[in-house]
Ligand binder design. Structure first.
Ligand code: T4K
Length: 375
């Protein structure tokens, strides 16, 4: 028997997809041409249309953001130590370890939950070569302050922009900042190509180098210029991406309505803090994070369990901190004393469901679980 509306599971996210009927002609073309990958026609067209949509000049598509991050570090020849945030998905720091780079964690800003730029300078050593901040939940980092520190100390900046599709700050796309920005098009992201990702680069020369690196280092049939990897997006992902571009504005608008509904429902609720925007002129509402404060009658994990009992599958993005995982916790920068804000907030965070198809009655059901705390 199907679940009644009041009892159906609600997940933290669901991918937005076009009608299958729209995808079939694209599949037919792939079947007819037998071009499945290696920079085929859908790949080329998607790269171009994506640049136009995002308002950036140069993009290299990837199989996923993690390979994109690993490749971005290779492209800029980053070595030694990189300053980063402990408050992210583990792929951020893993991309450093895969390059033999030592992550140096700095604490986060309590308002944005992004890396606190005022902590960066104290973490710089002679081995530091770059900064890897994350636009967490799609909220822009303090890009000017980070750029000024990077310029002063001669450091590169690679933004993990996995959450920041379509986000704009005062000066246009947030993806135009830093040396490189890496997007994710995973199924759980606001814009999906099944799996997928992209590097936004400043010029064609860098894009060329990245394209070599994502194709085993091949510059032509007989020339290998670097120990590259296979990071290519397939024609299937690119074809879906092209269709997704048609629906993305409508999808973001639906997310905005859900965001407003949550804020109205949770306004003034004791013990629940909603995260505010961080200076974006265009937000993407990728997540709806709340912080469960000490004066909330139920603790964060009690609420998490209560939600699950009611089939609402909220998530604790990002708990545990990256710096608490076994491969990081021995680092000198991983101590709780060095990361008090990140440590505290990772124990308060809950991400509520948000995705375009989520009905407002479902949003109200989620809010009711929070307001009816004794139940
Ligand atoms: N940097 C940052 C800051 C990131 O957040 C991420 C990824 C990356 C880098 C790396 O990007 P990629 O290499 O993945 O492109 C998810 C995602 O797997 C991960 O991509 C994402 N961040 C992270 C924040 O969340 P899980 O383990 O929470 O996903 P999962 O499978 O539990 O899915 C959550 C919910 O989404 C499910 O309960 C239902 C729904 N869902 C999920 C999938 C996979 C669907 O409806 N359909 C689906 O196909 O990690």
């Amino acid at each position: 028997m199907p679940d009644s509306d009041a009892n159906k599971p609600i997940y933290v996210t669901r991918p937005e997809l076009p009608d299958l009927a729209e995808f079939i002609p694209h599949l037919q073309k792939i079947w007819d041409s037998r071009i499945l990958t290696n920079g085929g026609p859908f790949h080329q067209q998607f790269e171009k249309e994506l640049c136009d949509y995002l308002g950036v000049k140069h993009i290299a598509l990837f199989a996923n953001a993690t390979i994109g991050l690993v490749t971005a570090l290779q492209a800029l020849r980053i070595t030694g130590e990189v300053i980063t945030t402990p408050y992210s998905f583990v792929a951020t720091a893993h991309s450093l370890l895969w390059n033999g780079i030592k992550p140096v964690f700095v604490d986060i800003d309590p308002n944005t939950l992004n890396m606190d730029p005022e902590r960066i300078e104290a973490a710089i050593t002679p081995q530091t070569t770059a900064i890897m901040p994350v636009h967490c939940y799609g909220h822009p980092c303090n890009v000017e302050r980070i750029e000024s520190i990077a310029d002063t100390y001669g450091l590169k900046v690679i933004y993990d922009a996995a959450h920041a599709f379509g986000v704009k700050c005062h000066c246009g796309s947030v993806l135009s900042h830093g040396d490189l920005s890496v997007l994710s098009f995973h199924a759980t992201k606001v814009f999906t190509t099944f799996e997928g990702g992209a590097i936004v680069c400043p010029d064609e020369k860098m894009r060329q180098r990245i394209n070599y690196l994502k194709n085993f280092g091949f510059a032509d049939e007989v020339t290998v210029v670097a120990p590259g990897i296979n990071g290519k997006m397939s024609e299937f992902g690119a074809a879906l991406g092209l269709l997704q571009l048609k629906g993305i504005d409508a999808a973001l608008a639906k997310r905005a309505v859900i965001d407003q509904r949550y804020r109205a429902g949770l306004k003034g609720l004791k013990g629940i803090r909603c995260l505010e925007a961080a200076g974006e002129s265009r937000a993407n509402f990728a997540y709806f994070p709340i912080l469960v404060q000490p004066d909330c009658p139920l603790g964060r994990d009690e609420l998490y369990r209560k939600f699950r009992e009611r089939k609402v599958f909220v998530r604790r993005y990002f708990y545990p901190l990256i710096s608490d995982f076994p491969m990081y916790r021995g680092l000198p920068s991983a101590t709780h004393e060095n990361l008090p804000v990140a440590h505290k907030l990772s124990q308060q965070i809950l991400c509520l469901p948000i995705y375009p198809e989520l009905g407002l009655s479902d949003v109200d059901r989620v809010v009711a679980i929070l307001t009816d705390r004794g139940a």
